[in-house]
Write a protein that binds this ligand. Sequence first.
Ligand SMILES: [Zn+2]
Length: 58
Amino acid sequence: MILKAVILFLAFMGLLAIFGKKKVTKKKPPAKRVETAQKCPKCGSYRIGTGDCACGKS
Ligand SMILES: [Zn+2]
C-alpha cells in the first residue's frame, strides 16, 4: 500500500516536471514586479495588499 503510494507520487512528480519544463521553455513568468511593488522599503518585509506596512515607518 505504501509502495503503491510512493510509485504514484513519483509518477505524479515526473509528470509535473515534464509539464513544468515545457512551460518554462515556452514562456517565463514575470516575477520581478512582486519583489519591487509589494516589499516595504523601510523594513524589507512583504506588505499585504496595497496599504502601508505594519512596521509603521512609512
Ligand atoms: Zn515596513
